[in-house]
Write a protein that binds this ligand. Structure first.
Ligand code: GTP
Ligand code: SPV
Ligand code: MN
Length: 601
């Protein structure tokens, strides 16, 4: 029998046997149950501060806030080292990396063996979704990192109640994480969807190690969703309240670092605020969607906090995120202003601190900042983050904790495209909307290791997160369309078109509300649109630009559809569908052929 430092939170033999097996392999000195109490969290913070794992920030200016720096080679998700380990390779598909499960367990067992020697193993029972809700799913993460424990306490619902809800434990998601030696060459983020298991080793960064987030709530959950008839998507959820007090909800899928947190917390432009419009954040990264009894699609945010991009967050771009992160927050890889023990990042304000330690832990000289080499010259890493509590968000929706979720009127896809994609367009119907999602493309960002700014296809913003074959995932979208009696309308947006000098043309951020208003008007059948080869595009006069420094010509440019660049895209999509392979549904190939024909007409 293994010995715990504190009282076990479950009596389930199934769970305890698994913990024992993992402990025998990793050989921790001590094993501690995480109970979700403030006393325990506070003791862990104090311990992490004493070892230097966390730096306590100025308690007057940033109460209960901490700074953590990861290893310099461990600053983003590592898609090249992320694997879907299904028995059959074809079930993981061509887009995912794959290792045969037996081979993968064996390879990782070597890395995990003794990896927790001299360390404590923490047992984190957590829920994705509200404990007891129809949507909720449960997991346990075993980890040797206090940083992971403290992040999971913010990002998920943790503790005794969860362990109780797990009952005999069958069906819970078994997560094992060890920092091990942080060896980048032996870093593995492995998913075994057929075993409800996730193993992550040799990383200490965000999406690689907070196993409730991308690993469970997207990769494993997408697999479960297909089996059980629901959807797990990389989507924000936003409520828009009109002056009469009616709230309509939209969900939006944009790739990593392409504006989900910003849209989810948007503040309407003055024009709309004066009229009485308000916006409410339900979620900023992940949505779980189910068909409701009323025939509409309902969504919850399975998370309990935000793991948001710090750079660019400021009092103008996203005041709600900034205020959320001013208390009870863990900052990762931002700059430290040593004059007042606060944090700083590029884009926070125009006053870089004179005395500053950068994200690597080195003395930083703001005069050497070079936009072309951000990673080496910025105070904060471009993918530096804040982990903040949802309940501290000034615009958190009153439905945030509603176990039933919220009904979705519109699904919005979007990416970072300097050209090609117009500001907004609407799909013709669900099948065409699924096609629009499947052909999404975006310029890569710092959220994942690798080159930044390269256009790649990123279907539904899920390329790195689908836990099975991408063609089957498209088929699941089409299936869902058949079982939602009253489906949301599907749109595509692009806030990132640039002019010839490379400047963004559309002001973005709060002004994106103007586009959302057109989308909602379309959902209610209150506004006409122009039918084009790619879908319904707004008439320029139907996008409200009052108070903006934008001419009608510029708006027309933003809405234009350039057939030549779209035909180039069609060729690229054909190649991408080829790459996905034979499971791409025939309906989507027909949609592609129809698009090509319309463009050539
Ligand atoms: P993940 O947490 O990685 O999934 O990212 P996200 O999709 O939540 O992206 P986030 O909202 O954090 O935005 C990422 C970057 O895009 C930030 O630098 C923002 O300042 C920038 N951004 C967000 N919205 C807009 C917009 O409307 N226009 C422009 N130009 N930039 C934007
Ligand atoms: C993303 O990359 O989409 C994120 C950050 O939300 S991470 O949790 O690292 O995946
Ligand atoms: Mn994300």
């Amino acid at each position: 029998m293994i010995k715990f430092q504190n009282k076990p939170l479950t009596e389930s033999k199934y769970i305890l046997d698994w913990i024992e097996d993992m402990a025998k392999m990793t050989k921790p000195d001590k094993i501690v149950w995480i109970d979700g109490s403030e006393e325990q969290a506070e003791a862990l913070r104090a311990e992490a501060v004493s070892t230097g794992e966390l730096i306590k920030l100025n308690p007057e200016l940033l109460p209960n806030c901490y700074l953590h720096r990861t290893a310099v080679n461990d600053v983003a998700r590592v898609e090249g080292r992320t694997f879907i380990c299904t028995k059959k390779k074809e079930d993981a598909g061509n887009i995912n990396n794959w290792i045969e499960p037996g081979e993968c367990y064996a390879r990782l067992t070597k890395l995990f063996t003794g990896s927790m020697q001299g360390r404590t193993m923490y047992i984190i029972p957590y829920a994705m979704g509200q404990v007891g809700s129809d949507f909720a799913k449960y997991g346990i993460e075993l980890t040797d990192s206090i940083y992971v424990v403290l992040n999971m306490l913010i990002m998920t619902r943790v503790g005794a109640k969860v362990a109780e809800a797990m009952g005999d434990g069958k069906g819970f998601i078994k997560g094992l994480h060890s920092k091990a030696t942080l060896d980048a060459d032996n870093r593995y983020i492995c998913h075994f969807p057929e075993d409800n298991t996730i193993w992550s080793v040799n990383s200490g960064y965000g999406g690689n190690v907070l196993l409730g987030k991308k690993c469970f709530a997207l990769r494993i959950a997408s697999y479960l969703g297909r089996k059980e008839g629901w959807m797990a998507e990389h989507m924000l959820i936003l409520g828009i309240e009109n002056p009469e007090g009616e709230i309509k909800y939209v969900s939006a899928a944009f790739p990593s670092a392409c504006g989900k947190t910003n849209l989810a917390m948007l503040i309407p432009p003055e024009y709309y605020r004066k009229k009485g419009y308000k916006t409410w954040c339900v979620g900023d990264d992940i949505a779980w969607l189910r068909v409701g009894k009323d025939g509409r699609l309902w969504a919850i945010n399975p998370e309990n906090g935000f793991f948001g991009v710090a750079p660019g967050t400021n009092e103008h771009s996203n005041p709600n995120a900034l205020h959320t992160a001013m208390r009870d927050t863990i900052f990762t890889n931002v700059g430290l202003n040593t004059d007042n023990n606060t944090v700083w990042w590029e884009g926070l304000n125009d006053n870089p601190p004179v005395h500053c330690i950068n994200w690597k832990g080195e003395v930083w000289d703001y005069r050497k900042y070079d936009k072309a080499d951000k990673v080496n010259t910025s105070a904060a890493h471009p993918n530096s983050r804040f982990t903040a509590m949802a309940k501290n968000c000034p615009c958190i929706s009153k439905e945030f904790d509603n176990p039933a979720g919220v009904p979705i009127s519109a699904i919005i896809f979007g990416g970072r495209r300097a050209k090609t994609a117009p500001l907004v367009y609407q799909s013709f119907n669900w099948q065409h909307g699924t096609f629009v999602g499947s052909i999404m493309a975006s310029e890569t960002t710092a959220a994942a290791a690798g080159a930044v700014g390269v256009v790649r296809r990123d279907p539904m913003a899920m390329r790195p997160f689908v836990g099975y074959d991408m063609g089957d995932y498209f088929a699941h979208w089409l299936e869902m369309g058949k079982v939602i009696p009253n489906p949301p309308k599907i749109f595509h947006v692009n806030w990132f078109r640039t002019d010839d000098e490379g400047h963004f043309i559309w002001p973005g951020f709060g002004d994106n509300m103007r586009v959302l208003m057109w989308i909602l008007a379309r959902c209610e059948g209150k506004v006409d649109a122009k039918e084009t080869a790619i879908g319904y595009v707004p008439y320029a006069e139907d996008i409200n630009i009052e108070g903006l420094d934008i001419s009608k010509e510029t708006l027309n440019d933003l809405l234009s559809v350039d057939k030549k660049s779209w035909l180039e895209d069609v060729e690229n999509i054909k190649a991408f569908y080829e790459q996905i392979g034979e499971r791409v549904p025939a309906e989507l190939k027909e949609e592609l052929a129809a698009l090509e024909a319309r463009l050539k007409k």
